[in-house]
Design a protein around this ligand. Structure first.
Ligand code: GLN
Length: 486
């Protein structure tokens, strides 16, 4: 049975028709991992639980790759950090228990940037994951292992998290679908926190329908997590029959097409917008004037939250304890944290403590929070006119490993198009929409993704529009990386 690059829905149909058993599906993906993981280094480790036959459950037989940030009972989880290399959680994250009940078999653990901080996957304490579409190129940030694994077909779908774009950007660079539901839809309980008012658990899949399928199981109120939205969101299956976009109004934010956007990416996005128009949508230019302040605000608020969240990693409550002899308590903290945390984690802890300190709080943190409110208002205003907003995901295609790693500021600028929606907590998706060459080397054509953003609580509308575009184009079939076909 040929399972290559099938969607979860297609695999489930094959299982139902008894053309393949769930054990065969499991073994197929283990073999693919055996063969290909050493080419892209997406999985840090394959932690095998015994295969469980969960007949009758909606996702029975589906192996799901899991980013190394989700806790599952007794499965080592490190956040790709040396600090937590030996950490074994004694409980399940809420979304993991929901998915387990629905019948998945989890494949552990996918590489990522340390505690999800980064724009290229190069901040993992272990190794760099490689984009299966390019030679020596980054897979994108920080759910890097998740996007690379689904792109190279090491698992049919994977869990990731999106704080400032970490599902959308790697999905765009690896040619797969990255879906971040709005903030509060998926419980963060048991997911290692980066910036608590931003973090959104979500998925990397090959199709929009698969994203919806996992979302329906994962989302919903959680008594263990107070920021979850009450109730549960369900998706009307009729949306998959919609064939055109008549009556839909799609906003194009003019600030997202100014300088800094590579020509190849611009061309792919413009073609995609043309396609949306052909499908019947009314295209309307909108303005999000506060966009220019988004990176500055994000890189103040996020480090503030990071410094608070990482404070627990002191070697006493969590993490490694240094062997170096010490006289004072401060020395113990300095040794433990200095030895085991990576550069970016330390940089953000220092920056975060600074912007929260008594003398600078008003000048930095408070100001950035005010900008955050203005960005939310920008979106609210635009969504009075349009149903969804469409834009590029990333200013460029995947760059070469090492190209930006020495310059954190250059790296932060790559987040320009995903961060505003993160500040506003909006649902967003990256959907494959073409190939482009990178500016520095014309040798390879690399995947480009288009970003779709919806108002809060409008995930269904986003999925519907994304589904129409996906079915009307052939990008899904074209996004199979060379050398990984069988
Ligand atoms: N690049 C962004 C950052 O480093 C986003 C990371 C994320 O979404 N996890 O903060």
């Amino acid at each position: 049975m040929d399972l290559a690059f099938k969607s979860i829905k297609e695999i489930l149909t094959l299982i139902k028709e008894k053309k393949v058993s769930s054990k065969e599906v499991w073994d197929y993906f283990l073999q693919r991992n055996e063969k290909y993981n050493k080419e892209i280094w997406a999985f840090l480790n394959i932690w095998l639980k015994d295969f469980e036959e969960k007949e009758g459950s909606p996702l029975a037989g589906i192996p799901l790759g899991i980013k190394d940030i989700y806790c599952e009972k007794w499965i080592p989880t490190s956040g790709a950090s040396k600090m937590l290399e030996n950490f074994v959680p004694p409980y399940d994250a809420t979304v993991i228990s929901r998915l387990n009940e629905a019948g998945i078999n989890s494949l552990w653990k996918l590489n990522m940037d340390e505690f999800a901080m980064g724009s290229s996957g190069e901040n993992s304490a272990f190794w760099n994951t490689i984009n299966p579409h390019g030679t020596g190129r980054i897979p994108g940030w920080s759910s890097s292992g998740s996007a690379a694994a689904v792109a190279a077909w090491l698992c049919p779908a994977a869990l990731g998290t999106d704080t400032g774009g970490s599902l959308r950007q790697p999905a765009s660079m690896c040619g797969v679908v990255g879906f971040r539901p709005g903030y509060g839809r998926n419980s963060r309980y048991g997911v290692m926190p980066m910036a608590s008012s931003f973090d959104c658990p979500g998925t990397i899949t090959r199709t929009v329908e698969d994203a919806a399928l996992l979302y329906e199981i994962m989302n919903g109120e959680d008594a263990l997590e107070q920021t979850t939205i009450p109730g549960k969101d369900t998706i009307d299956s009729k949306i998959w029959n919609t064939q055109d976009l008549k009556w839909k109004k799609i906003g194009i934010p003019k600030e997202y097409f100014e300088e800094g956007l590579d020509d190849g990416v611009r061309k792919s996005i413009e073609e995609a917008i043309e396609k949306l128009k052909e499908l019947g949508a009314e295209i309307i230019e909108v303005s999000l004037p506060m966009t220019k302040y988004a990176i500055a605000a994000y890189y103040i608020i996020v480090p503030a939250e990071v410094s608070t969240n990482l404070a627990r990693l002191d070697g006493i409550r969590y993490g490694h304890n240094s062997e170096v002899p010490r006289e004072w308590l401060e020395e113990l903290y300095l040794n433990n944290r200095g030895e085991w945390l990576g550069d970016e984690a330390i940089r953000r802890s220092i920056l975060g403590s600074y912007v929260l300190s008594a003398g600078f709080y008003d000048a930095y943190y408070k100001k950035a929070s005010q900008i955050r409110t203005l960005i939310i208002e920008d979106f609210e205003k635009a969504f009075k006119e349009v149903d969804i907003i469409v834009s590029p995901v990333s200013p460029s295609v995947a760059w070469k490993i090492g190209d930006k790693s020495e310059d954190p500021l250059k790296m932060y600028l790559a987040d320009a198009y995903t961060i505003p929606a993160s500040l506003a907590g909006l649902p967003g998706m990256s959907l494959p929409c073409g190939f482009a060459q990178s500016e520095e080397s014309k040798a390879e054509a690399l995947p480009v993704g288009i970003q779709l953003l919806a108002p809060r609580m409008h995930e269904q509308e986003l999925l519907e529009i994304a589904g129409v575009y996906e079915r009307a184009t052939a990008w899904r079939e074209k996004m199979i990386p060379k050398g990984f076909e069988v």
